[in-house]
Design a protein around this ligand. Structure first.
Ligand code: NAP
Length: 327
């Protein structure tokens, strides 16, 4: 089988981490990188020998030696850069949060359909092996009916000089960057909430420093999600049902150990044996989706990406978080 060839769009921190982890995946190569500057593209290409450097994203997406584009720019440009690639008939793996709003998300999905090319959200957690085990455990029914999901994601980042986290013009704030993980996790377990109650503390620049939300479901279940960019929180997730609970250790959205603890005291451990960062699993899924002629992944279907962004919109509306860049 020939290699799956990646084009990297944007040369920031996560693009470097993705390329690094891709080295651990068989059959994946980076053949091109696009930046807003040729120098930056060339510097990045040094990490990926053989990769062609482009001085613009537009040139990158037209490279015939690329099978898929990884969009790794800040959130406000996810839609623009995804559409650029899709309209050049290139499959896209787009970083989280997928977009700024659900409306943007719909536009991106429509473009994938119109161009008949694959589009995946780089919610990398969804493609990880321990999450495959979570899905199996939920389907098995061993936990009984699920009534509670708790997940938190707090990192001390606000004082680290990361512009895109604190600047409203870059769609900053904890919710979009960090809160997306617990929000997405709750959707995976319980689906879209029926009602949402949120509260936030805002920074003096008008983005959320920390946000918490309770998701209520008609079934009687609740999900409690918290996120903040000021202080590190445990970053754990717990799913509780009538017969027991599943505890995912820190950091729950990375490859992580976990255990099932049943109400009779029986405990089953799931050690974490994963090697590497975990960003390559989404790339492997993309290659599988493309080679099967599919447009989306069952592990993170468009319906879920859209539902997550609708929830994000609702939370933002409740906490008064608006961005100059949103449409
Ligand atoms: N999956 C994860 O674990 C994870 C982790 C971190 C971030 N992310 C997501 O990945 C995205 C990028 O995050 P990052 O931390 O890699 O950001 P970053 O280090 O700031 O890099 C973003 C890159 O985007 C390009 N870019 C295009 N327009 C830009 C603009 N107007 N301002 C700044 N950069 C611009 C730049 O590349 P060129 O100069 O080459 O054009 C820049 O290097 C975000 O949406 C974030 O949520 C995901």
């Amino acid at each position: 089988m020939s290699n799956f060839r990646w084009g990297i769009l944007g040369t920031g921190g996560i693009a470097s981490a993705f390329v690094e982890d891709l080295r651990l995946a068989n059959g994946h190569v980076v053949t091109a990188v696009g930046s807003r500057s040729l120098f930056t593209a060339q510097e990045f290409a040094k990490k990926t020998p053989g990769a062609r450097a482009y001085a613009s994203y537009a040139e990158l997406v037209h490279d015939d030696n690329v099978d898929a584009i990884y969009v790794a720019t800040p959130h406000p440009w996810h839609k623009e850069h995804t559409l650029l690639a899709l309209n050049a008939s290139k499959p896209v793996l787009c970083e989280k949060p997928f977009a700024i709003t659900a409306v943007e998300t719909q536009e991106m999905i429509k473009a994938a359909q119109a161009n008949n090319v694959a589009l995946l959200e780089a919610m990398w957690t969804s493609y990880l092996p321990h999450i495959a085990s979570v899905r199996k455990i939920l389907i098995s029914g061993v936990l009984g009916e699920i009534y509670s999901v708790e997940a938190d994601h707090g990192q001390r980042l606000a004082d680290r000089g990361i512009a895109r986290l604190v600047d409203p013009h870059l769609a900053g704030g904890a919710l979009l960057d960090l809160g997306i993980y617990p929000v997405s996790f709750a959707h995976m377990v319980l689906g879209a909430p029926d009602t949402i109650t949120s509260s936030a503390v805002m920074t003096d620049r008008g983005v959320d420093a920390q946000t918490s939300a309770i998701f209520d479901y008609k079934s009687g279940a609740q999900a409690i999600i918290t996120t903040n960019m000021i202080a590190r929180t445990p970053c754990r997730a717990v799913i509780s049902g009538l017969l027991g609970r599943l505890e995912i250790d820190s950091i729950f959205y990375n490859p992580a150990s976990m255990r099932v603890v049943l109400t009779d005291g029986t405990t089953t451990q799931y050690p974490n044996t994963y090697l590497g960062h975990g960003l390559r699993e989404q790339a492997i899924e993309m290659a599988r989706v493309v080679s099967n002629g599919q447009l989306e992944s069952a592990l993170m279907p468009w319906s879920q990406t859209l539902a997550v962004m609708q929830t994000m919109d609702q939370i933002r509306s409740q906490i008064g978080l608006t961005y100059p860049c949103e449409n």
